[in-house]
Design a protein around this ligand. Structure first.
Ligand SMILES: [Fe+2]
Length: 301
């Protein structure tokens, strides 16, 4: 497997101050923008011992920006680039300035068949400083499993899932076939959950358009208490709830969903399961998203 993890995510923002408040006071991340003088018109949020895991860039839209995928080595990155080129995907090498800003050794970008933006890098550069959460979050579950997961729109579903499987080497963890209404004429939308490490899924692909470019991004904290504390901060900051507390059937994550200034949801969870041996894992279809909870009707209207 050439891609190790979701190393960071990029977000577009018309007002960085919204993300500064949300990222630090609700999510509990550390603002380290001042520690990176090269980063112009960006907000950098630290989750762990990496320099940062979220970059919010000044933009004329409030939307998801890109995924930053981490390759384990120079050789693995080179072989992934070869596969992208063989699949006729344009690979753009980043400038030395951007590579330095991302705190990595080598950086390229590409676009998937659904139009989602991605970066690929190897050799993260870190001074190993710990994250100091401004609201006392004990820590996020990251490491070799990366940031968490993102669910991206993929209206051209077959082409996009094939791209992530065959070109980038992701494995299918499980899937859902979803209708939002009881109307039998509503087309079924496929949702695939895909892995690149022990985390049950680092990527979801949903067979639908989504204007902000991301359905949700998930951050995992170390305990259920930290999930509850974040919900308290959500209420204190009047951030809308999108889905009530619940536990998912596929990754067993105990989580809730809330709005973000990026027009996509943040899932904030704990207790997600990990899969040590994918060879012994049976890919399955879930007919319900959760064992209990996760009432998404609270976010409607
Ligand atoms: Fe999720």
């Amino acid at each position: 497997m050439t891609i190790q993890s979701l190393g960071y995510i990029g977000i577009n923002s018309t007002d960085l101050s919204q993300w500064k408040t949300y990222g630090t006071e609700v999510l509990g991340l550390q603002d380290v923008t001042d520690q990176h003088p090269d980063s112009d018109k960006c907000l950098l949020l630290k989750m762990d011992d990496r320099p940062y895991r979220m970059v919010i860039q000044q933009s004329d839209t409030d939307s998801f920006g890109f995924c930053g995928w981490e390759a384990t080595s120079q050789a693995n990155m080179a072989s992934t680039i070869d596969k992208l080129k063989a699949a006729k995907v344009k690979v753009s090498h980043a400038s030395s300035e951007l590579t330095k800003q991302r705190c990595v050794t080598e950086l390229v970008s590409f676009v998937d068949p659904a139009g989602n933006q991605h970066e690929l890098y190897w050799g993260p550069i870190s001074n190993s400083k710990k994250m100091i959460s401004p609201v006392g979050v004990s820590g996020f579950v990251t490491g070799e499993m990366g940031v968490g997961h993102v669910v991206l729109p993929a209206p051209n579903f077959d082409e996009t899932t094939q791209f992530f499987s065959d070109v980038l080497g992701f494995g299918l963890s499980d899937l859902m076939n979803i209708r939002f209404s009881d109307d039998p004429d509503e087309p079924i939308k496929r949702l695939w959950f895909m892995h690149c490490n022990q985390r049950h899924h680092s990527l979801g692909l949903f067979e639908m358009e989504f204007p902000s470019g991301c359905i949700h991004a998930m951050l995992e904290v170390e305990s259920i208490d930290e999930v509850g504390k974040c919900n308290d901060r959500r209420i204190a900051h009047d951030v809308g709830l999108s889905g009530t507390l619940g536990r998912h059937t596929n990754d067993h994550m105990l989580s809730f969903y809330m709005r973000s200034p990026g027009n996509f949801d943040i899932e904030y969870g704990a207790d997600g399961r990990t899969i040590d041996d994918w060879e012994k894992f049976t890919v399955f279809e879930s007919t319900v998203p959760s064992f209990w909870g996760h009432d998404f009707s609270v976010g409607q209207g």
